[in-house]
Design a protein around this ligand. Structure first.
Ligand code: MLT
Ligand code: MN
Ligand code: ZN
Length: 305
């Protein structure tokens, strides 16, 4: 199995167009030792030739240009990506669907029922696409049954509901329902190896911990270093947890959660917000992660399992 990180940043990307925080300014003026990152998306393949896209970011055209696995191979039109799986209905995970409208047949799009509701009501992008390529909607089961999205159907995909947050435009924003956000466990029956992917994760309950502990590699929420990161910077009044993200530092934070995993599990943070000090490769926060055996995903990173 191959997992290709198309975009490792959270919503807004890094640097964010309107942000003058230490990280964004430092990246622009060259004073920061850091790499730019596009918005949250990965591609998954069993054979390295046919791919399933997980999340369609606003930066998708740039991401596809940078990754040959998506390029057309034969025929006049084509794409290495055969279907799309969405882990939630957030803007940074869905807006790229608009950019894929030139396809000659409906896109298979896999979503849970609550995400399908949001993407046909509050943000009716799936209906809008009916006027272009169309969408062949497929339901993601929440009870742990295997589903097989086109492209990487040789792999066993399982979803679990997560405590995170529906988008601000969703009627579920304040009243979460199971399936607003999911974590994915993808297993390759050929090798028996598993990856767990959860870019938005506010709480590691027992079920989530078991899924992480059973994986060979976890790609998990790396949005914020501290729970009050946006408040301290004066950028928001909300804590990380309020908007569906578990911060890395502090009691019960992601670093502590990852420390409980069996030693062999590879630990990778993904969906990094531009304010997060771990983006600065010379920061003490980054050194703390490195000492704990935790990696920070970057665009183009490829994980073979
Ligand atoms: C999130 O992950 O919390 C959202 O994607 C934020 C956003 O809308 O950019
Ligand atoms: Mn996001
Ligand atoms: Zn910034």
């Amino acid at each position: 199995m191959r997992v290709h990180v198309l975009g490792a940043a959270a919503g807004g990307g890094f640097p964010q167009w309107n942000c003058n925080c230490r990280n964004c300014r430092g990246l622009r003026d060259g004073s920061l030792s850091a790499r730019r990152r596009t918005q949250s998306s990965i591609a998954v393949s069993a054979d390295g030739a046919r791919w399933t896209l997980v999340n369609a970011s606003p930066d998708i055209l740039q991401q596809f240009q940078a990754f040959a696995g998506t390029w057309p191979t034969d025929g006049l039109r084509g794409c290495g990506v055969e279907s799309i799986v969405l882990v939630d209905a957030q803007i940074d995970h869905t807006t790229g669907l608009y950019m894929l409208r030139e396809k000659g047949s409906p896109w298979p799009v896999w979503t849970t029922d609550p995400v399908y509701e949001d993407l046909t009501r509050g943000n009716p992008i799936l209906h809008l696409l009916d006027h272009y390529c169309g969408v062949d909607r497929r339901a993601i089961p929440l009870d742990g049954r295997v589903f097989r999205p086109q492209g990487a159907e040789a792999l066993e995909w399982r979803a679990m509901p997560l405590l995170s947050a529906a988008p601000p435009y969703s009627p579920h924003r304040g009243q979460p329902v199971p399936g607003d956000n999911i974590g994915l466990t993808i297993r390759d029956p050929a090798s028996g190896r598993r990856v767990f992917y959860a870019p938005g994760l506010a709480e590691v309950d027992d079920a989530v911990f078991d899924a992480m502990a059973g994986a060979d590699c976890v790609l998990v929420d790396g949005t914020f270093w501290t729970d009050d990161e946006m408040i301290r910077l004066g950028l928001s009044t909300k804590r990380a947890r309020d908007i569906g993200h578990l911060a890395q530092s502090g009691p019960g934070g992601m670093i502590e959660q990852l420390a409980r995993l069996p030693r062999h599990v590879r630990r990778v943070l993904i969906h990094i917000n531009n304010t997060n000090p771990i983006l600065d490769e010379d920061s003490p926060e980054r050194a703390t992660l490195t000492a704990a055996g935790i990696e920070v995903a970057c665009d183009g990173m490829e994980i073979a399992l």
